[in-house]
Ligand binder design. Structure first.
Ligand SMILES: [Cu+2]
Length: 511
């Protein structure tokens, strides 16, 4: 039997785990399908001491009538995340999060990325309606200068030497998008080291609403990390150089959880706010952690979130939540109204899904009164919904763990760039039925979809246009997507990055 490359690596990885943990081979110690906490090896800082940083907005190197051009170098750098400790990061322009790209619907962005890391990188604009050659297919590597001994086998891979220009047409609605690394087999460790940032797309419809703006519009990139004794981000990679064997210590193949929550790269920061409404663009950029967000005023009272947007832009109408469950890669665009609180109030953004350090996220301190003319309109957006009766086919995808070979699978199969798993026709609508064994945040490239049903009824966090849907153990969702705009090969996958790296990914080709 020919052992495919993937399977070979899987066996190699597990053999490594077995060597480390002798009981593993005898069947006493199994790889764990649950995400697992990797504790920091340095003392954790006090929360709510550091002001919330806001990532800088990237400046174009050129702008002409229809396009803005940007140049970014991805490189290693040192960040001061914990007091008195240097942390080595990998960053877009050497910062974490990367600089925010501000884009406008209908106006092209050309992003030249240079790779100054010792490993290949891939850039994916998450939520982008992007042509295949710029989408960041996992084998479309930007190699380090001087080349790299490739371990992949994909005859269709588009390899670039040291740099590549990605073109984003922005022919889609305003939305909070984000960019991040998508290198095959290594996305988890590379994002963990810092390769992620915001891409905020605006349009006239969004600009025309009387929502809070400027310094009352705040992007919040939330992620968990752990720190090693030398201050670096701790991660259980089998090969810390990320140049050889992929995969993690088998105990962490269910996902890596950190014990420090960073918002825009700062641990448990605080933000001084006016007694006014704020627009928060919340992104969960964690590898594997879900958050149940709540804004706690006291031990018993919470401030509601008014959701105005989802992954794919504005909702039709605002939606009030007392808690928001956000899985990796999802975005929630919310309005929070601090105006009814007395000056001096402290509002803590907590994570009700965790105890201990990961149970809190950041704090808002109401320190000043200011005029606030913003409001939340009853109608936010009018968009043409896709209709279920337009669907030409229903496809079923099962996302589950294989105990037989200790890997994450879609319809029983590991990711293989050479296998096509679905061929939707251009300009047609399909229903995909997604079913899961454990928690999986599932993401499709290219499209935004509507959630028709989530284990029998609409989920509370599925409103609007989604590109990632969070499914719990044993759940099923029907999603409706229209495949338009581009022909070509794309991936869909679990956005728990350890699941993704360990094969829970598949291909579709729009034909
Ligand atoms: Cu998963």
């Amino acid at each position: 039997m020919k052992l495919r490359r993937r399977e070979f690596l899987r066996h190699a990885a597990l053999a490594g785990a077995g060597a480390m943990f002798p009981a593993f081979e005898s069947g006493c110690l199994h790889p764990r399908p649950e995400a697992r906490l990797l504790p920091s090896l340095v003392p954790l800082p006090e929360p709510f001491q550091i002001p919330l940083p806001i990532p800088p907005v990237l400046k174009p190197v050129r702008s002409d009538a229809g396009a803005d051009s940007y140049e970014v170098t991805i490189r290693q750098a040192t960040a001061r995340i914990l007091a008195g400790i240097d942390t080595t990061i990998w960053g877009y322009d050497g910062i974490f999060p990367g600089p925010t790209i501000e884009a406008r619907t209908g106006r092209r962005v050309c992003l030249l990325l240079r790779n100054a890391l010792p490993v290949p990188i891939v850039n994916h604009l998450h939520g982008g309606h992007t042509a295949p050659e710029s989408d960041g297919y996992p084998t479309d590597l930007i190699l380090p200068a001087g080349g790299f001994p490739s371990h992949m086998h994909d005859p269709l891979a588009r390899l670039a030497d040291a740099e590549r220009t990605y073109t984003y047409e922005n022919d889609q609605r305003a939305a909070t998008l984000w960019y991040h690394d998508h290198r095959m087999d290594f996305t988890g460790p590379q994002v963990w080291r810092g390769l992620a940032g915001f891409y905020i797309l605006r349009d006239e419809e969004d600009d025309g609403l009387p929502l809070p703006r400027r310094d009352r519009e705040i992007p919040l990139l939330i992620c968990d990390r752990s720190f090693d004794t030398d201050g670096s981000f701790r991660y259980p990679a089998l090969d810390r150089s990320l140049r050889g064997t992929p995969g993690v210590d088998a105990r962490y193949m269910g996902g890596v959880l950190g014990d420090v929550v960073l918002v825009n790269g700062a641990p448990w920061p605080k933000l001084e706010v006016a007694s006014a409404k704020y627009r928060l663009r919340i992104l969960n950029a964690s590898n594997a952690r879900r958050y149940d967000l709540a804004l706690r005023i006291s031990s018993r009272a919470v401030l509601p979130f008014v959701q105005i947007g989802s992954d794919g832009g504005l909702l039709a109408q605002p939606l009030t939540h007392h808690t928001i469950r956000i899985s990796p890669a999802e975005r929630f665009d919310v309005i929070v109204d601090f105006s009814q609180l007395p000056l001096g109030s402290k509002v803590t953004l907590v994570n009700q899904a965790a105890d201990g350090p990961a149970g809190r996220i950041m704090r808002f301190d109401v320190t000043r009164g200011e005029r606030d003319e913003s409001r939340i309109p009853e109608t936010l957006s009018s968009f043409a919904a896709v209709r279920p009766e337009d669907a030409v086919i229903t496809r079923v995808f099962d996302f589950s763990y294989s105990r037989a070979d200790h890997g994450w699978r879609i319809n029983g199969k590991p990711y293989d760039p050479e296998r096509m798993d679905a061929r939707p026709k251009l300009n047609t609508t399909e229903i995909w039925r997604l079913q899961t064994d454990f928690n999986h945040p599932l993401h499709l490239h290219l499209v935004h979809f509507q959630v028709l049903g989530h284990s029998g009824r609409p989920g509370p966090f599925d409103a609007g246009w989604k590109d990632t849907i969070d499914l719990g153990p044993g759940q099923t969702a029907n999603i409706l997507a229209r495949f338009a705009g581009h022909r070509g090969r794309y991936v869909f996958h679990c956005h728990n990055l350890e699941h993704e790296d360990m094969s829970m990914m598949a291909n579709f080709e729009v034909v």
